[in-house]
Design a protein around this ligand. Structure first.
Ligand SMILES: O=C(O)c1cc(=O)[nH]c(=O)n1[C@@H]1O[C@H](COP(=O)(O)O)[C@@H](O)[C@H]1O
Length: 270
C-alpha cells in the first residue's frame, strides 16, 4: 500500500455493469470485463478483491475466469483478497480454507473473507492454514449493510456486543505475530465505512481493517477518519462499483482508482 496507494478495488461484475460496458450477461462478457479490469489495474493497485458470487453465477466456466484473474493479479504484484465470505462448521471450514489458502489450489489467494457467525472458533482451521501458507483472513465484524446490526450489535450475557467480541478475538489472533515484531498481523476485520462513529468499539485488532462501503453504498474517503479514529492508519478501503462504472476504457478505470487512492491518502494524512 505504501508503494501502490491505499486502496482495494473490487471486481464485482454485476449484470448491470456488464450491460453498461456494452457486454452480454454471459461468460464471454464476464471474461472480457474481468480481463479489462485486471489489465488496467493489476500492476498499480495494492489490493484487488474479486467477489466470487459474480463468477459462481456462471458455473464452472465463471470459476475458470476467476482462476485466471487471481493468478494474473498475483503475478502482477497485486494482493488478492478473495471475497467468498465463507463460514461453516469447523470440519467443512477446513475444506473451504483449502480451496483458497492452500498454495497449490487453483484459486489460491492472499486472503479470504470469512464469516464468524457460526462462532469465531469455527474459523480455526482457516486460521491455522493461513498461518501455514502465509496468507490471511478478513473476518466480518461490523458489516456495511444496515441489516448487520441485528446480529453484530446484539449484546451478549457479558455485556459486550457480538461485533465487539469478534474484534477482541481478532486482536488475540494477531497477538502472536505482533509479539514477534510484525507491524500488523494476518487476521483482519471487515468494518464498513458506512457505519458512522465507531468510537464505542476497540478497532485496534492488530491487523488490517477492510472497509467496504465507499462509493455506491454512500461513504466517502473523507468519512474514514471520523469512522475509524486512530485505527484509520490500518484501513484498507474497498471501492467496487464506483471505480468499475468508469470502464470499459482502461485509462478511465486507472484514473478513477488513482483518484480514490489520492482521496484516501489525503483523508488519512489530514
Ligand atoms: O466483505 C466484503 O467485502 C463486504 C463486507 C461488507 O460489510 N460490505 C460489503 O459491501 N462487502 C463487499 O464489498 C463490495 C462493495 O461493493 P461496492 O458497494 O460496489 O463498492 C461488495 O463486493 C460486497 O460484497
Amino acid at each position: 500500500m505504501d508503494a501502490r496507494g491505499p486502496l482495494c478495488v473490487g471486481i464485482d461484475p454485476h449484470a448491470a455493469l456488464l450491460a453498461a460496458w456494452g457486454l452480454d450477461d454471459d461468460v464471454r462478457g464476464l471474461e472480457t470485463f474481468t480481463r479489462t479490469v485486471v489489465e488496467a489495474l493489476a500492476d498499480r493497485v495494492a489490493v484487488v478483491k474479486p467477489q466470487s458470487a459474480f463468477f459462481e453465477r456462471f458455473g464452472s466456466r465463471g470459476i475458470a475466469v476467476l482462476e485466471t484473474a487471481v493468478a494474473e493479479l498475483r503475478r502482477a504484484g497485486a494482493l488478492v483478497v478473495m471475497d467468498a465470505k465463507r463460514g461453516d462448521v469447523g470440519s467443512t471450514m477446513a475444506a473451504y480454507a483449502e480451496t483458497y489458502l492452500r498454495p497449490d489450489a487453483p484459486l489460491f489467494s492472499d486472503a479470504l473473507t470469512v464469516s464468524p457467525y457460526l462462532g469465531y472458533g469455527s474459523l480455526a482451521p482457516a486460521a491455522e492454514l493461513a498461518r501455514e501458507s502465509g496468507t490471511g483472513l478478513f473476518v466480518l465484524a461490523l458489516t456495511s449493510n444496515p441489516e448487520g446490526a441485528e446480529v453484530q450489535r446484539a449484546v451478549r450475557e457479558d455485556g459486550r456486543s457480538v461485533g465487539a467480541t469478534m474484534l477482541a478475538r481478532l486482536a488475540a489472533e494477531n497477538a502472536r505475530e505482533l509479539a514477534a515484531g510484525a507491524p500488523l498481523g494476518s487476521f483482519g476485520a471487515v468494518v464498513g465505512a458506512t457505519l458512522g462513529d465507531l468510537s464505542s468499539f476497540d478497532l485496534a485488532v492488530g491487523g488490517p481493517l477492510l472497509a467496504p462501503g465507499i462509493g455506491a453504498q454512500g461513504a466517502t474517503p473523507a468519512d474514514l477518519p471520523a469512522v475509524f479514529g486512530a485505527a484509520v492508519r490500518n484501513v484498507v478501503p474497498n471501492v467496487s462499483r464506483a471505480v468499475l462504472r468508469h470502464g470499459p476504457d482502461p485509462a478511465a478505470l486507472r484514473a478513477a482508482a488513482e483518484r480514490y487512492a489520492e482521496e484516501v491518502r489525503a483523508a488519512v494524512a489530514g
